[in-house]
Design a protein. Structure first.
Length: 583
């Protein structure tokens, strides 16, 4: 929860320029080619299967063991990071060579235009460990530092490199007619997406070095190979349990990619619009890094603490995701339609995609619990169910022999947008069945606090959002074709949505009995470590605490916490003994 709020002030500060850049500058001035995003999406998916096989699922393996040994033996945790770095460098060379051989000798004629896209994208596999320091921060449960890197990389570094290289690519394209502006922009987009990783690596490396210092370790220690065969075998064995699922996953995705190329008319443009709409819809797929916390509690035999963590995460997710879903579905499509230029056609796709994207966190949550509980094979099984359902769903939804033979091929874009939903529902049911039967039996001790109170609170905000949309549409019609005034008004409304409405949301949540004293203390603890957002989150905390204290429903629907709280204290004392720090 603290990781979510840590980012919030940065979101507030950057909301206005972000709306200007995303809503006007990029579609109108920087990248007015939806098909460029389509080509980029094709490129990143095409070699997914090959890259997955070569990685042997070592990323989740290293995350799992770093999280465990960061408490027991930090020096041992460093050895797992060493293994990951050296493994990725050696396999990265193989991957780049393999892509080059494929492009030179085996490229299909209908994809020859994409050869240079593939060659440039393959360089992302070497050295291949650029995100390892950020992953190590997560493994050591320094989510504040990891979030700092993620926000700076996403908002500043990646935006700067993408815009700069897109403009450079377009300029080169105008100077070389054989290349063209569209292809040049695509080259620039792919390069810009990768080069920021080097800058983020340097930042995360510096922050990770500050985490290592209290343990008497230095950043340079991760580069000198000191791991043994046992660690390598342990990581590869653990990753091997997940590999089948990853191969199956990317193999199905590769098959679906060919379906889209073969059956979806004008697939590059539609895929580009889909990319924009999906990126916006996934805003509601908020995530909380749960695997390290589950690994730490479950593998140290703190089962009641694990159950408390799980139910608390359900509560946090449902409240925040319901709020974001309401805001995105009501406000964003009209704004994008008005000022999105060539991307305005993506506006109507957003609410449709949100139906399935709302399920992303519950699905991944169950998978992360299995992985953290050292039962990664059940994540694999659930993924196989999902991808099997996804394959048959796409065959039924977008092939000319499925539902389109009944409703007409002109409706392919609608069925394409809904094709993921059956697969998501399948995995949701299967994954949580595995969690309940094979790892730990979770429960909802307070369904009201987890689900009902958030729904009531969000419903109270809907009239305000509808009023915002009505005012925006009126101004857009009045000032068209000039979009400056509606854009400024939309930016002001966005700031109100991000700043004022959360305060009102948590006030209502406290008033309708959404808190008990323990959960409110946990929210206060999250507020205390929310970094630059602390003044804002403190305001929210004070407002919701006042409402909780005045409400007759306060503490009426508590989440069971006594046993979990006791085990949390025991684990804290264990960590203090292991690290030599005072509790």
């Amino acid at each position: 929860l603290a990781s979510f709020w840590w980012n919030y002030t940065l979101i507030l500060v950057l909301a206005l320029p972000a709306l200007l850049v995303i809503g006007y500058v990029i579609p109108q001035l920087i990248l007015p080619f939806p098909s460029a995003l389509g080509f980029s999406s094709l490129t990143t998916q095409f070699f997914g299967l090959f890259f997955t096989i070569m990685d042997v699922a070592t990323v989740p393996a290293v995350e799992r063991y770093v999280a465990e040994y960061s408490v027991k033996d930090p020096r041992m945790a460093i050895k797992y990071i060493q293994f990951f770095i050296w493994f990725q460098m050696f396999t990265g060379l193989v991957q780049i060579t393999g892509v080059a051989i494929y492009c030179i000798y085996f490229m299909p004629r209908n994809l020859e235009y994409a050869m240079w896209f593939f060659l440039i994208y393959s360089t992302t596999q070497y050295p291949g460990w650029l995100g390892s320091f950020n992953g190590a921060l997560i493994g050591f449960q320094r989510f504040d530092q990891a979030n700092k890197v993620s926000v700076i990389q996403t908002v500043l570094l990646q935006s700067a490199t993408q815009i700069g290289f897109i403009l450079l690519g377009r300029w080169i394209g105008t100077q070389v007619p054989a290349l063209g502006e569209l292809m040049g922009a695509t080259f620039g987009y792919i390069l810009g997406t990768y080069l920021d990783d080097f800058m983020a690596m340097m930042l995360s490396g510096y922050l990770f070095s500050t985490v290592l210092r209290p343990f008497g370790l230095r950043l340079r220690d991760v580069f000198f190979p000191d791991f043994d065969r046992k660690i390598a075998k342990q990581c590869i064995t653990f990753g091997g349990k997940l590999l089948l699922a990853h191969v199956f996953d990317t193999g199905i995705s590769f098959t679906i990619l060919w379906m889209v190329i073969a059956w979806l008319p004008n697939h590059a443009v539609i895929t580009g619009l889909y990319t924009i709409a999906d990126g916006i819809a996934r805003v509601i797929s908020i995530s909380f890094t749960i695997t390290p916390a589950v690994s730490e509690s479950f593998n140290n035999n703190k089962k009641e603490l694990t159950k408390l963590i799980v139910e608390s995460q359900w509560k946090n997710w449902f409240l925040l995701s319901m709020f974001l879903s309401s805001e995105v579905a009501i406000f964003i499509p009209p704004v994008l339609k008005a000022v999105g230029g060539e991307y305005a056609a993506a506006a109507w796709m957003i609410p449709v995609l949100m139906i399935s994207r709302f399920l992303v966190f519950p699905i991944n949550f169950g998978s992360d619990i299995c992985q953290g509980a050292d039962k990664p094979e059940y994540r694999t099984y659930a993924l196989m169910f999902e991808q099997t359902a996804r394959l048959f769903s796409y065959m039924f939804m977008i092939s000319p022999f499925g539902i389109l033979s009944i409703i007409g091929e002109s409706n392919a874009i609608y069925t394409y947008l809904l094709a993921d939903l059956p697969a998501y529902l399948t995995k949701l049911v299967v994954q949580w069945w595995f969690v309940q039967k094979k790892t730990i039996k979770t429960r909802f001790s307070s369904p009201y606090q987890v689900f009902i109170a958030p729904a009531i609170s969000v419903a109270c905000l809907i009239p305000i959002n509808l009023a915002f949309v009505s005012i925006f549409n009126t101004l857009y019609v009045q000032y068209a074709p000039d979009v400056l005034v509606p854009l400024v008004v939309g930016a002001c409304f966005l700031l109100a949505i991000l700043f004022a409405l959360p305060i009102l949301l948590f006030f209502i949540y406290g008033l309708v009995g959404g808190w008990d004293d323990y959960q409110l203390r946990q929210f206060r603890n999250a507020m205390c470590i929310s970094g630059p957002s602390k003044p804002f989150v403190n305001l929210i905390y004070r407002v919701t605490r006042w409402a909780h204290q005045k409400s007759r429903l306060g503490n009426r629907f508590p989440i069971d916490h006594e046993a979990g709280e006791r085990e949390a204290m025991e684990l804290t004392l264990l960590k203090a003994r292991e690290t030599g720090l005072k509790a």
